[in-house]
Write a protein that binds this ligand. Structure first.
Ligand code: S3P
Length: 418
């Protein structure tokens, strides 16, 4: 069972954005509870290569902002590692620069779709190319002045929305983005915090051109996507009772809490407050008997990264859980629909893979197995929680990839495990 109190490291999405906005702001940005992980270090390295001085002491980071026109020609290729957020968001900033740049990723990132950012950035006059107009490496060249656009998002994606918003800082004329769903809005909140004139009404976000950004003092909330592994662990392991302090509970991210509550999960949010425009709270979770539910439509985007661990909860719930409208999961760090179906079935679960989701029939127990993380951090952590629920020893191959988003995952897990 899991018992006790922990904190999880800073939110990955917000940590990336704090380096990016801090770099192009005027003056110093001091960041507390920054997530130190491979993905966020990739962003940091890219901005260091463009001449930004960034000082780190554990999870305290100081960025000496160079102003929006102060980035320097990196001369070398910008390596984004496994991080889609680094590549897609940084591209939004790079289309506005007067120097050329090349962005490349690891083998997983180099096979992820980029047309989704190439198209709108080109509409803004950005000079950006990919392999077959779709895959990295991305080549970006100086262009004529960027122009603001009104963009109707064909898919729900905070990375695409954010790339456009960051490019708008270098554009002439207002930019508006219309979304179908409610993707995470950390870029909008942080831009506001740094002084941009940005406003959001329901599904429409508009930002005035030429935003002037001023360095800030930031506290990064704990990552709800990291907390989700312990939340599902506590719900599924008999006798568990845990408290996770200082977790980000932004409305666009709490789909996982709502889904697990609907499944019968005993989850309580305490001590709610707002820091730097982001809501934060402490999450108390107790072991609960879970039942299957249906999850689809606009809810998917609010729990997109938590579907692997939600599948573990569903595999142990009573009845059937059906997840639909989640095709995007095929284009993440791995094909997450396939990975979870294949790996959970090795443990005796009953998971059917669909084109856009999963049908999971709950079983009363999981059996130990040799599992594969597919080199995907979220699959590795979800499988660890599944393995804790099996009676016997499982082995998870390529499990070290947790360092992409949560290097201290095993330490925190051992703190809670009794
Ligand atoms: C992220 C947005 C989401 C999410 C990813 C982080 C972000 O991706 O899955 O882990 O920081 O903006 P999409 O924009 O592809 O939905």
């Amino acid at each position: 069972m899991l018992k006790g109190e922990i904190r999880v490291p800073g939110d990955k999405s917000i940590s990336h954005r704090s380096i990016m906005l801090g770099s192009i702001a005027e003056g110093k940005t001091e960041i507390k509870n920054f997530l130190v992980s491979e993905d966020t270090l990739a962003t940091m390295e890219c901005f260091r290569k463009m001449g930004v001085h960034i000082d780190t002491r554990k999870d305290n980071v100081v960025v000496e902002g160079v102003g929006k026109s102060g980035l320097k020609n990196p001369e070398k290729i910008l390596y984004c590692g496994n991080s889609g957020t680094t590549m897609r968001l940084t591209s939004g900033i790079l289309v506005g620069q007067d120097f050329p740049s090349i962005l490349v990723g690891d083998s997983s990132l180099n096979s992820r779709p980029m047309k989704r950012i190439i198209s709108p950035l080109r509409q803004m006059n950005g000079n950006i190319k990919g392999v077959e107009d779709e895959y990295p490496p991305l080549e970006i060249y100086p262009s004529e002045k960027l122009k603001g656009i009104h963009y109707k998002m064909p898919i729900d994606s905070a990375q695409v929305k954010s790339a456009i918003l960051l490019a708008s800082i270098y554009a002439h004329g207002q930019t508006c983005i219309e979304e179908k769903g409610f993707s995470r809005d950390h870029t909008e909140r942080m831009l506001k915090c740094f002084g941009a004139d940005i406003c959001k009404t329901d599904k429409l976000t508009c930002i005035k051109d030429n935003a002037k950004l001023k360095g800030q003092n930031l506290f990064i909330p704990g990552d709800i996507s990291s907390a989700a592994f312990f939340i599902v662990g506590a719900l599924t392991l008999k006798g568990s009772d845990i408290l996770i302090r200082d977790v980000g509970i932004n409305e666009s991210r709490i789909g996982i809490l709502e889904a697990l509550k609907e499944m019968g999960g005993d989850i309580e949010i305490q001590n709610k407050r707002i820091v730097n425009y982001e809501p934060i709270g402490d999450i108390r979770v107790r072991y609960s008997k879970l039942k299957g539910i249906n999850i689809n439509g606009s809810r998917i985007i609010t729990l997109i990264d938590e579907i692997p661990v939600l599948a573990v909860a569903a595999a142990l719930a009573e009845g059937t859980t059906t997840i639909r409208d989640a095709e995007e999961l095929k284009y993440k760090e791995s094909n997450r629909l396939n990975a979870m179906a294949v790996e959970l079935n090795k443990m005796g679960a009953k998971v059917e893979e669909l084109e856009d989701g999963l049908v999971i029939e709950g079983v009363s127990f999981l059996k130990p197995a040799t599992l594969n993380s597919h080199n995907d951090h979220r699959i590795a952590m979800a499988l660890n929680i599944a393995a804790l629920n099996a009676d016997g020893k499982s082995h998870i191959q390529r499990g070290e990839c947790v360092k992409i988003s949560f290097p201290g995952f095993f330490d925190e897990l051992y703190k809670l495990l009794i």
